[in-house]
Design a protein around this ligand. Structure first.
Ligand code: G3P
Length: 478
């Protein structure tokens, strides 16, 4: 049961010597849809060796040629958007239209990365010594950016293609090789995306994709001595990785509890539209989803009413029908969400809709009058359930936001730009959106989380820079 896919190593598709596979369960049917190889540690070792060898000659390949291959891969990726989107629908229940957008956005991201790489990596720096006290003008320092080596990319299930290429593109343009470990849900879409890079004609061993059980190859990969950089997007596993990883640069995007602060003077229709889009698109399974609404009491009733009217219009059902709300990724995820909902129920939250679940499908739910003693005030449901906390002052909202262990993004709705800037400055989160829901894109914008939300900054430019190191040569005149 379930079509079997091979893993990608040394420019070839291979079956694992383990003879074992890992099942990918369709979140909608809850049946096994696909199977991917359960790679062994020995296979990981081989991939690492090949990546190390391939990187050496790739780093010597002219930058314009590296860019040319990336442009080619981007075009092939876009040509393959339909079958890749079909796997996204079956593996992660992403609504059909959003699945296509993910692939197109990924093609654009790869092209932009190629262009940006050519721009920023084509520049170096020249320093002269006599600006520092005690020196004559007899030393010239030439510095440029060089690759790190082998980059390990671990994307999450919610954007298995886009959050893979956001690591692959920068790594490759900068002259690194790349080992991809896709999430199990989403692995087939990721393998298909890798196939597009294969068709573009990248050298053997430069890109590999290993699949398998985290328990077997997870730590083995992240602690592997052959890895020179880790770029991870996901949940708590990132914290564990950062504790175990060796002396390599880390780029981490972990969870979020993005707050939406609503002031009395806000455009309330705009607020309602953004709460629905921000909180419920892809059924709330985005790190940047609005995960708590902190709203001034005076406008709370109106906004809750407007949001409820919009939620009633959302289409709930299978992703193939382009429903707005689709089944969440796994049964354990649905159970976790239900646990948060039940906790809020016991503690007296107001249910704006009846709680309804069939299998992994959870109907959109707004919980009003949530209080800080409820788990959902702090925890990330990663589902279509959104808490509303009524506040009596802006300070109360900022306090709640900053008391969170997360700090990815946040948003503030007000017509007063001065207040908006002051609130943004006070919010401990990597990005604050004024009058719009949080979002990572456009993909060249910096993207970063504070506290448990991450390490470093992403976005195309920052990722390219992060995957390089400065190398200097000093010319000493007699
Ligand atoms: O959940 C992953 C995060 O990167 C969100 O991206 O584009 O939905 O804001 P986006």
């Amino acid at each position: 049961d379930g079509e079997v896919y091979k893993y990608y190593a040394d420019g070839e598709w291979r079956a694992s010597a383990s003879g074992k596979t890992v099942a990918i369960v369709n979140p909608t049917t809850r049946q096994t849809q696909y199977r991917v190889q359960a790679c062994t540690q020995e296979e990981v070792n081989k991939v690492m060796d090949a990546a190390k060898v391939a990187q050496k000659s790739w780093a010597r390949t002219p930058l314009w040629k590296r860019a040319e291959l990336l442009h080619k891969a981007a075009a092939i990726l876009k040509e393959h958007k339909t079958p890749i989107a079909e796997s996204l629908v079956k593996e992660i229940a992403k609504p059909a239209k959003d699945a296509v957008s993910e692939v197109v956005r990924s093609g654009d991201l790869v092209s932009y990365t190629a262009e940006e790489g050519v721009r920023i990596l084509g520049e170096g720096k020249l320093l002269v010594s006599d600006s520092f006290p005690g020196n004559e003008r007899n030393k010239y320092c030439l510095s440029s950016k060089v690759p790190l080596g082998v980059v390990l990319a671990i994307p999450p299930f919610n954007y298995p293609v886009n959050l893979a290429v956001s690591k692959i593109g920068p790594a490759l343009i900068a002259g690194n090789s790349l080992v991809l470990k896709p999430p199990t849900q989403g692995a087939v879409a990721a393998l298909h995306m890798v196939h597009c890079f294969h068709l573009a004609g990248f050298p053997k061993g430069l890109i590999s994709c290993v699949t398998g059980k985290g328990s077997e190859i997870g730590d083995f990969l992240t602690m592997h001595p052959g890895v020179n950089c880790i770029s991870f997007t996901g949940g708590d596993t990132g914290i564990a990785i950062s504790k175990k990883a060796g002396m390599v640069p880390l780029q981490m995007e972990l969870g979020g509890k993005d707050a939406c602060i609503v002031l009395e003077d806000a455009d309330l229709d705009l607020v309602a539209a953004n709460i629905v889009k921000g909180g419920f698109s892809y059924s709330g399974q985005r790190c940047t989803a609005v995960k708590v609404v902190l709203i001034m009491e005076a406008v709370a009733d109106t906004v809750v009413e407007k949001v409820n009217a919009k939620l009633a219009k959302l289409k709930v059902g299978p992703p193939e029908d382009d429903s707005d709300i689709t089944p969440v990724v796994t049964e354990s995820s649905a159970n976790f969400i239900e646990g948060l909902v039940m906790d809020a129920k016991e503690k007296g939250a107001t249910f704006c809709q009846e709680y309804r679940r069939e299998g992994n499908l959870i109907w959109p739910l707004l919980l009003d009058h949530v209080r800080p003693d409820m788990r959902i005030a702090w925890e990330e449901p990663f589902g279509p359930v959104l808490p509303v906390i009524r506040i009596n002052s802006v300070e109360e909202g900022i306090h709640h936001c900053n008391a969170s262990n997360f700090g990815l993004q946040g948003c503030v709705f007000t017509r007063d730009i001065n207040k908006a800037i002051m609130i943004s400055d006070a919010m401990e989160s990597g990005t604050v959106q004024i009058n719009s829901a949080p979002a990572r894109g456009p993909d060249h914008f910096p993207f970063q989380g504070l506290k448990d939300s991450g390490i470093g900054s992403q976005g195309i430019t920052n990722s390219i820079n992060m995957m390089t190191k400065v190398k200097s040569t000093v010319i000493n005149l007699p």
